[in-house]
Structure formats: C-alpha cells, structure tokens
Design a protein around this ligand. Structure first.
Ligand code: UDP
Ligand code: UDP
Length: 461
C-alpha cells in the first residue's frame, strides 16, 4: 500500500493587494494543513507594496515556494490611454501566459491543482487541461458580484433590457439588483474590465469550483440559490471557505507611530477610514471629509490615499490637508499616508467603526473583527458588496452617496452618518453576532473549515 501524498497546489493571483492578500492567506492556510504550496506571481508587480509584501511573506513562510512569471517586455509599457494599471496588469499577465506551462512542468513534486484568480482563468484553463491539472477559481469578491459576472454574457446580449435606462436587472432566482449598483462600464463590452470578465466567463465550466472568501451564514440565500437551485446554469459550485484566516507578519517600523497612538485612545472611540489599496480620493472630497471629521466629535484614524499606485504617492499628507484642520484635530485624529496593517488596526479595542469602500477583503476583515461598517462604495464590485454587507447586518450604507470619483459628498452628510455609525447600539449587538458566526465558520468543524478540508482531501493521491 502506498502512503497518501500531500497535494502540491499552485496559487496564481492577478494584480493588486486586494487579489494578492486572499491568495497568500489561503497559501498559508493550506501549508498549515500539510499541502505543498507554490505561489506564482507576475513580475514586476504594479505596486511597491505588492513586491514588499511578497518578499516579507515568503521570508516568514519558508516552506512556501515561489515561481515568478516574468511579464513579456513588450507588454510592460503603459498604454497612453488612461487605463487602470491593475486591470492592465491582468492583461499583461494574460498576454505572457505562454510562460506558465514551462513553470508548471518544471516543478517537483508535480502539481496536483491550480487555484487561479478569475481574470486569468480563460488563459490558464487550456494549460491546466494539457497537464490534466484540476483548476479552481479563488474569487476576491462577493457571491453577489460573482453571480453578476457569471450572468453578464446574458445581460450584454440583451441591450433592450440591459441599458442605462433600466432601473434594475433580474437574474432569475436572485433578488433584483439596482442598476445604480452595476458598474457603468458593464454597458460597454469593449471596456477592458468588461471584456476581461466576458472572456473569463466562457471558461467558467472548465473549473471544478469557485472558492469564495465568505461564509455560509453571511450570504446563505444567494449561496442556496446558486448551489441548490442552480439559478445560473453556467456557474460551478460556489464554495464558501472564509473569512480567509489572516497570517501574521512581524511588525515593521512604519507602524510604530500609529500603534502608540492607538494605545492612548479610549475603547470604541475611533473611526477607522480606509478605501483600500487602489482608490485615491480627490482634493475636493478630501476637503469635505475634513469638515465632516472636524465636526463629528469622534476620534479618527484616516489612511489617506491620493494616487492609485503607491509609486506615485510622493507628497506628504500635509500638502493635501488644510492647515487649520490639522491644528484643530491634532488631539483626536491621526492621518497616515502609506501602507498600514489594517487587520491589526481593526482588531484594536479603540476602533469603534470603519468608514470603508467595501472592497471585499475589508468587508470580511470587519466581519471577523466585529467592526461595524459605514459603506462608501467607489467603483467596481463595491456597491453590490455594500448591499450584501448591509443585508448581513454588518453596517450602514447611504445609497445616495453615489459612485466616485466625480461625485462629492458633503461634510455635513459624512458627519451625520459617522455619528449614526458610532452610536447605533443595536448595530453593535448585531455585529457581535456576525463576528461569532464568522469565527464559528472557520473554527474546527465549521462550515468554511469543512469546505477547505474537502477540497484538499479531494486532491490527495
Ligand atoms: N490593506 C492594508 N493596509 C492598507 C490598505 C489595504 O492592510 O493600507 C489591505 C486590507 O486589509 C485588505 C486589502 O489590503 O486585505 C485591500 O483589499 P480590499 O478588497 O478591501 O480593497 P481593494 O484594495 O482591493 O480595493
Ligand atoms: N476583475 C476582472 N478583471 C480585472 C479586474 C477585476 O475580471 O481586470 C474581477 C475580479 O473578479 C474582481 C472583480 O472583478 O474581484 C471586482 O474588481 P474590482 O476592480 O472592483 O475590485 P478589485 O480588483 O480591487 O478586487
């Protein structure tokens, strides 16, 4: 009798920290469960943060292997059109995918499966097929947005019903989605974001399942509609295995400033404000947010981002902020320009609320740490994510705060909603329940724990 061999799993994220972090979290979880793990990344990365984070993660997880897919040089030049550099990177990785086959075949022991980012699946699937390698998608968004992406080919083929005058869209078997929550670029099939999604939808049936950074309790009815009622025929099993467990990297010096500041704040007194790693705020909106924060009376920790990519963040935060604002808030506010350890911050007892763009990782982190969210979605999947977050009872969403970047929300409105967030005791009780459910799901024998074990066991030979 031969002894069962641990599976060797390749994890292949696309671009941006919002994609890299869930892949690295899953890598660390799989390695803990005795799988052999190899992370494949497109090099060079778009941001400095991605490159620093990959190095630090690998240094502190020496058992995890790394393969670099060197992007073909002709695809590295930025286009003159103002295309999102992270979307462009997905495109460059796809254009360089012919380099994946040799990477996969040169590894020992041979791979048992590949877990890939959704924007890469169409190009990776044929390679996986020639190698007889099972392929799973690891999704970085909500189940609601996955349903929308999977149904997009049907929607775009019916312009009479899917156009800018439609009030809502209907995916049979799911609650209607307000048209105002659908990314406007979905009406343009030639847009890079939209066309990548349409292309990748064609490969959905090639994968064995979609691994989701969510948990059964949080999106139960949508999961039941997709998995049990099969309301979208092309969709594979949707497998909730989150919130993906955070891994620990030792502190960097960068964080000393905010750690000591947080230590001196009373419990539940601080609003944490962050819009993720790729959403910049306009100067006009910064002014209004200043007004709102100055007047709330609540303490705040604001991670200010003024450029999409960190390489372009050269100016000091002070250059973007009003001098009198900085004077007035100096005892109650902290503003950081640069990367912070968000999870550590959300976990801190001083944090009482989170003003968030509702990037999906942020939603799951708030659920895991039990921090109520005030949603301020900016683009992409974020309005649908905000809806899911609100439906689950994790926070508030002011729908009238329209998509950025051309809309300015007034300081008084921000002030009012922050006060509401920080004083809503019923919400705080509900959020504790969300946290308990999240922890139960990932605890031994919990719904997410079972899913991940089943997937890994199915790969043992
Ligand atoms: N993040 C962080 N520090 C920062 C900015 C972001 O730790 O200064 C992390 C955050 O915790 C989350 C990820 O980066 O895990 C961002 O993903 P999300 O889906 O929330 O938003 P995106 O950046 O993709 O819009
Ligand atoms: N996505 C895609 N192609 C891209 C970028 C994103 O198909 O080039 C998909 C991907 O599944 C992602 C979702 O669209 O989770 C939402 O993308 P968005 O840019 O809103 O979020 P982020 O990339 O920050 O996670």
């Amino acid at each position: 009798m031969t002894t069962p061999q641990p599976p060797h799993i390749a994890l292949f994220p696309g671009a941006g920290m919002g994609h890299l972090m869930p892949f690295l979290r899953l890598a660390a979880m799989l390695a803990k469960q005795n799988s052999i793990v190899t992370v494949i990344t497109g090099q060079p990365t778009v941001s400095i943060t991605e490159s620093d984070h990959i190095s630090s993660f690998l240094h502190h997880n020496p058992k995890i292997n790394h393969l670099e897919l060197q992007l073909a040089p002709s695809f590295q030049q930025a286009d003159s059109a103002p295309v999102d550099p992270f979307f462009l990177q997905m495109h460059y990785i796809n254009q360089s995918i012919f380099l994946l086959h040799p990477l996969l075949t040169s590894s020992s022991p041979p791979f048992s499966a590949i877990f890939v980012d959704f924007p890469l699946v169409a190009k990776v699937a044929p390679i996986a097929k020639t190698l007889d390698l099972p392929i799973y998608i690891l999704s970085t968004t909500s189940v609601a947005f996955v349903s929308l992406m999977a149904y997009l080919p049907v929607l775009t083929s019916n312009p009479a019903e899917f156009n800018k005058n439609s009030a809502e869209i209907k995916i049979p078997g799911l609650p209607p989605m307000a048209m105002s929550s659908i990314p406007p670029v979905f009406l343009d099939s030639s847009d890079l974001f939209t066309s990548t999604i349409l292309t990748n939808c064609q490969a959905l049936s090639e994968a064995k399942g979609i691994l989701m950074n969510t948990f059964e309790w949080f999106q139960a009815s949508t999961l039941a509609a997709l998995n049990k009622a099969k309301v979208i025929k092309s969709l594979l099993p949707v497998l909730p295995m989150g919130p993906l467990e955070p891994y620990h990297l030792p502190h960097d010096d960068n964080g000393d400033q905010y750690r000591s500041w947080l230590e001196n704040q009373p419990a539940l007194s601080v609003v944490y404000i962050s819009f993720g790693n790729r959403t910049a705020m306009s100067r006009d909106q910064i002014k209004e947010l200043e007004k709102g924060l100055e007047n709330t009376g609540w303490r705040f920790f604001w991670v200010l981002k003024t450029s999409k990519v960190d390489k372009d963040e050269q100016e000091d935060a002070k250059h973007f902020l009003n001098h009198s604002f900085l004077e007035k808030i100096k005892d109650k506010g902290l503003i950081i320009k640069g990367w912070v350890d968000q999870l550590e911050i959300l976990r801190h007892p001083a944090i009482g609320g989170f003003l968030s763009h509702c990037g999906w990782n942020s939603v799951m982190e708030a659920a895991l740490e039990g921090v109520p969210i005030l949603a301020w979605p900016q683009h992409g999947d974020q309005r649908l994510n905000a809806q899911v977050m609100e439906d689950a009872g994790l926070g508030l969403w002011e729908r009238n705060w329209d998509w950025g970047p051309n809309v300015i929300v007034k300081g008084e409105e921000i002030e009012k909603k922050i006060v509401e967030l920080m004083t809503d005791e019923k919400l705080r009780v509900r959020v504790k329940e969300v946290r308990e459910e999240a922890r139960k799901a990932i605890g031994r024998g919990g719904s997410s724990d079972k899913v991940i074990r089943e997937v890994v066991n199915s790969l043992i030979t």
